[in-house]
Design a protein around this ligand. Structure first.
Ligand code: UD1
Length: 423
């Protein structure tokens, strides 16, 4: 295994092109498994989770050809099984979208229970409730989810908690169910809208994505034979935007949709950064002489402040005058990484879903990535700290950040990837 070595204290300046959204891509690749003809998808991020999902899809018989990095043609008409039980399936969260996709395609599905980042309990009860509303029975045995129905029929689903994954899965199955499905209290994340746009481009009839009521008129066939480009990654963009105040730098993220970044831009302005929005870019500046002021964050489903930018914001608060507070409303246990920040001198008190952060001088140490976004926060901490930081278990970061080292070094970071066990 390799790890990152970061020399802190460098001012970051320059342009970071943002890759396609990982979470949108996971939903869209799974959605391609429903289609009755080939589709061409552009702007797939070159990250581990996407490579794994593409391999799982190949494993069940889909024909996937890569035109160039990030552009693939997927033909699902060659799929020969409704079972996705390869051990890789349980190594990533996004594989759970195969439940909805295979159920929609075959009226039955058998998949391994999903894996992914560990933020405490990650139930799938709402996904199963949604499938049941479409007429599918379920049981979970020997680590597999089994779904079955005589015929998939549209139904009404009320999600008693806003769930991105359940919204996606119900949209997938409902696209091929007979009649109308209504999803109430649906998630409104940008990638829900992107999935609806993709499926509609391929022949589906989905309305209301981006609001909390989504209506899906099921179609017997989804003819596809179209091209689609995935939206930019809101979380990747946000991670780099935070690095401007962190290093008193000047960073422009390009290929972004500024509207998706609003929950973050408001916070950066509160903290003293200057934020300039272009049509598809955002420049964040924070001059050396300008105070970095602490604030409070509260994570919420979109359009609230995203939980996937929570560790990065908590890290930034360590460097802010007066520190700040972070309330984690989405996941029950997403502060595990705080112990790693404490190894670098952070002063953070956790009380349930609240983190109280005090301003501190962080110094280099050896730290571990607990999960994907926590890993990004460790790198941020290293960039802002005095001395040298060693970040381990970086495979978790590479699940979701394309060319992380390349993009960081291009804006002046001193970060390199070294082997844990030099020869
Ligand atoms: C997705 C994202 C993840 C992000 C999360 C919230 C992907 C692959 N992952 O995860 O990065 O952190 O949205 O924005 O897109 N819940 C239930 N029952 C369910 C499902 C969820 O109670 O059946 C609860 C969860 O415990 C959690 C909340 O709902 O407290 C939100 O979870 P959800 O939106 O489903 O997250 P994921 O789709 O797994």
């Amino acid at each position: 295994m390799d790890h990152y070595v970061i020399s802190g204290g460098k001012r970051l300046e320059g342009v970071v092109p943002i890759s396609g959204s990982k979470n949108a891509a996971l939903a869209i690749v799974a959605a391609a498994m429903l289609l009755d003809g080939p589709c061409r998808i552009e702007n797939l991020p070159q990250v581990r989770d996407i490579h794994l999902l593409l391999n799982i899809c190949r494993g069940i018989g889909a024909t996937i050809t890569e035109e160039k990095p990030g552009t693939v043609t997927i033909d699902a008409t060659t799929i020969n099984t409704w079972e996705a039980t390869d051990p890789i399936v349980s190594s990533l969260r996004g594989s759970y979208y195969l439940m909805g996709a295979l159920l929609g395609r075959f009226g039955k599905a058998k998949t391994s229970m999903p894996g992914g980042c560990n933020f405490g309990n990650r139930p799938i009860d709402l996904h199963l409730k949604g499938f049941a509303a479409l007429g599918a029975s379920n049981d979970v045995t020997y680590g597999h989810v089994n779904l079955d129905c005589d015929s998939l029929k549209g139904g009404s689903v009320f999600l008693d908690q806003v769930s991105v994954g359940a919204t996606v899965n119900i949209m997938l199955a409902a696209s091929k169910a007979e009649g109308l499905t209504v999803i109430d209290n649906a998630a409104r994340e940008p990638h829900i809208v992107d999935l609806a746009n993709f499926l509609n481009t391929m022949g589906a009839d989905i309305r209301g994505a981006g609001t909390d009521v989504i209506r899906v008129n099921g179609k017997r066939t989804l003819p596809a034979r179209k091209d689609y480009m995935i939206i930019p990654d809101q979380i990747e963009a946000g991670t780099y935007m935070f690095m401007a105040p962190l290093t008193r730098g000047d960073i422009t993220v390009t290929n972004v949709i500024p509207k998706h970044m609003e929950p973050l831009t408001a916070k950066l302005q509160e903290m003293g950064s200057t934020v300039e929005e272009g049509e598809d870019s955002i420049r964040v500046r924070h001059d050396k002489g300008t105070r970095l002021v602490g604030t409070s964050f509260k994570t919420m489903p979109y359009p609230g402040y995203p939980t996937d930018l929570q560790p990065q914001a908590t890290c930034l608060l360590c460097f802010a005058e007066g520190g700040g507070r972070m309330i984690e409303n989405v996941w029950e246990n997403r502060f595990q990484y705080v112990d790693e920040l404490k190894k670098m001198g952070a002063s953070i008190l956790i009380a349930g879903r609240l983190a109280v952060v005090q301003n501190a001088v962080l110094t280099g140490a050896s730290v571990r990535c607990d999960d994907l976004r926590a890993g990004a926060a460790m790198v941020m901490a290293g960039l802002g700290a005095l001395g040298e930081t060693h970040v381990y278990e970086i495979i978790r970061i590479e699940r979701g950040y394309e060319n992380f080292i390349g993009k960081l070094t291009a804006i002046g970071a001193d970060i390199r990837r070294v082997s844990d066990h030099p020869a």
